[in-house]
Design a protein around this ligand. Structure first.
Ligand code: ADP
Ligand code: MG
Length: 626
């Protein structure tokens, strides 16, 4: 709740609207105790007095009544009627919507066709018809305005309710034996209330205007009672000669409706979780690059060389240093493993290379990624698009999320192939079958017509690999491609990747949190922690003798087949949140070898004999061999 108000207050316009509205409502509430003239006392000798007069600050109207007093009393009445109409419409509309949405079937059909019929009339016409039937008067105007707005609420709420009524928690409540009315009250209603509030806050201004409109036509408040609409109506004949009689209530309506709408939009934005992170704003085509310093030059090792890469997320006034200066390289035909706990920055590193981190909030603030000598960071979008998939391609964890559910896998493969090559459909199909065979999908000619949901997880991930291979890339970046698979399928997928690497000379960057996988596939491995590489070297060396305590602890977490009753050690504590990294070693907090000097200054990655370690007190080789 406080979060809601904080969000609301951050929206300047909404805050302004809220303050203005609060002032107006406050003044309307205290109107009876203010020293105002009687709004209904006429004094024809004093008619059409101009503004700023002694005794009548806003002048007088055509009957000599005090305009200030009338506008205050009128505001009171207009606000009351507007709010009452909104609450009535929201309550009745929501009730209808919930009942129709919850019970569905025939109930829904009958109710919603009735609502449709109401919606088929232009609603001002409908309101006029209702007032004509009931007779003029403020209360009848209120009924008319509420009635014409009920369908709007009913439709909105029904839609939301239909979605909620099929959720598992509602089924669970049914299974628990709750009655329908209790389910509606305790399970459905709390979930639709935000929508009701949003709908109300954005329509209340309208309802005030509509009531004023009816009063303006003489169908609402009856003389001598003032509401803003009737004041405008009475002033109409003197519009040219004494414009202030129209301007005073006119400005008041403007202020009220403007402030309500500004506040209403703010309420909507604050309640909509999708708008909170700014996610609805369209991300840029490539990650924003904002490098303060000129990036380090390429040193010419490897097909892909990442140098001092820094990627941050700027969320509100926080800066998350997801990647804080990473150096990597991978040779042709080599497999480099990147390993680390969840949240250590592996995915962000991988995505930064091809500019795939969403911006906002992502920004690449430093470093370079040289592909064959060309810096990809900050390369024009056209160039990146041309290279994505053709030079560097990606495999992600969940192929169900990356494959389109409504297209056959074959069509998606063909599309991927044709994105970079102008070839015909038949040729594309032949190539797609060839790819499916390459990833060892049995019966490829038939399976090419499958939809993603018709395949098992392992098969889908093979399709994912085939997609990545579609344009014969030189580098495949695989981001935890086997994490969602069971161990035997994982082994098959790893074998396929290994074979492809050998037969096609592919370079693979393999991201994982599993040392077992690294041991099976990777030539070299880089261990990441809190956005930095803490240890790097040949897989065999590191597996034999880890030097960074973090690596050692990570390896202790891996179960060994036939390892007997060895205790599996979990690393205590959690990785640091990357917006407040501690000084010194980021792992110090959780390290059992920590010394006072671990917590000060920057700790460099020391390279020696093809290995790098970022630790002041690395594990001694002999000690680890024990
Ligand atoms: P992993 O190593 O598990 O792949 P990631 O690279 O996905 O980790 O994330 C690294 C860090 O970046 C995490 O601490 C995460 O909180 C942060 N991060 C990732 N995406 C965002 C985002 N959109 N906004 C803010 N922080 C993010
Ligand atoms: Mg990840």
């Amino acid at each position: 709740m406080t979060a809601f108000f904080v969000l609301l207050a951050r929206n300047r316009l909404a805050l302004l609207g809220g303050i203005v509205l609060a002032c107006v409502v406050f003044l309307a509430l205290i109107t009876p105790i203010l020293p105002l003239a009687d709004p209904d006392v006429t004094n024809t000798s004093n008619r059409f007095q101009p503004v700023f007069l002694d005794g009548a600050l806003l002048g007088t109207d055509h009957l000599g009544r005090d305009l200030l007093s009338r506008v205050m009393w009128g505001t009171r009445l207009s606000l009351a009627v507007g709010f009452a109409a909104a609450i009535a419409a929201a309550t009745i509309g929501a009730a209808i919507g919930i009942i129709a949405g919850y019970y569905g079937g025939r109930t829904d059909n009958i109710i919603m066709r009735g609502v449709d019929m109401l919606m088929a009339f232009p609603y001002i016409l409908l309101a006029l018809a209702i007032v004509a039937a009931l007779g003029p008067g403020l209360f009848n105007a209120l009924i008319a305005v509420a009635a014409v707005n009920v369908p709007f609420f009913a439709r909105n709420i029904r839609g939301i309710t239909v979605g909620i009524a099929n959720k598992e928690f509602v089924d669970a409540a049914r299974l628990a034996g709750m009655s329908n009315s209790r389910i509606i009250l305790s399970e459905i209603l709390p979930n639709v209330i935000p929508v009701i509030v949003i709908a109300m806050s954005t329509t209340i201004g309208w309802m005030i205007l509509e009531t004023a409109g009816l009063s303006f036509l003489g169908l609402g408040s009856q003389p001598p009672q003032a509401d803003l609409g009737s004041m405008l109506g009475e002033a109409r004949s003197a519009l040219i000669t004494n414009p202030h009689t129209s301007i005073v209530p006119g400005i008041m309506i403007l202020i009220i409706v403007m402030s309500i709408n500004l506040l209403g939009d703010g309420v909507r934005d604050a309640l909509d979780p999708r708008l909170k992170s700014g996610a609805l704003s369209r991300p840029m085509a490539a990650t924003r690059v904002d490098r303060a310093e000129t990036p380090p030059a390429a040193s010419g090792v490897g097909l892909l060389e990442v140098k001092a890469l820094e990627t941050q997320f700027h969320v509100k006034n926080r800066i998350y240093r997801a990647v804080g200066g990473v150096d990597l390289h991978v040779e042709k035909g080599e497999c480099l493993g990147i390993i680390g706990e969840s949240g250590s920055g592996k995915s962000v590193t991988a995505l930064s290379i091809m500019g795939l981190v969403a911006s906002p909030p992502g920004v690449i603030t430093g470093g370079a990624a040289y592909y064959d000598g060309e810096d990809l960071i900050g390369a024009p979008y056209r160039r990146l698009r041309d290279m994505r998939g053709r030079n560097v391609s990606y495999i992600f964890q969940d192929p169900l999320a990356t494959l389109h559910p409504l297209y056959r896998v074959g069509d998606q493969l063909i599309e991927a192939i044709r994105a970079h090559r102008p070839i015909g459909k038949a040729e594309g199909r032949a190539k797609a079958i060839e790819l499916l065979k390459a990833v060892r999908i049995p019966n490829a000619e038939k399976r090419i017509n499958d939809y993603p949901h018709e395949m098992s997880g392992g098969m889908r991930q093979r399709v994912g690999i085939a997609m990545a291979l579609a344009n014969d890339p030189d580098i495949i970046i695989a981001d935890e491609p086997t994490t969602a698979l069971d161990v035997t399928v994982q082994a098959q997928v790893l074998t396929i990747l290994d074979e492809l690497r050998r037969s096609r000379g592919l370079a693979i960057v393999f991201i994982t949190h599993d040392f077992g996988v690294v041991a099976q596939l990777c030539d070299r491995v880089a261990v990441m922690y809190a956005g930095r590489i803490v240890e790097e070297g040949a897989t065999t060396d590191i597996l034999d003798a880890p030097r960074h305590p973090y690596t050692a602890r990570l390896m202790a977490c891996v179960p060994e087949l036939g390892g007997g009753k060895r205790r599996l050690e979990a690393i205590p504590g959690l990785p640091p949140v990357v917006d407040k990294l501690p000084e010194g070693c980021a792992f110090a907090e959780r390290c059992d070898r920590v010394q006072p000097d671990c917590r000060s200054g920057g700790i460099a990655l020391v390279r020696k004999d093809g290995r790098g370690v970022r630790c002041v007190h690395p594990v001694d080789t002999r000690e680890a061999a024990e």
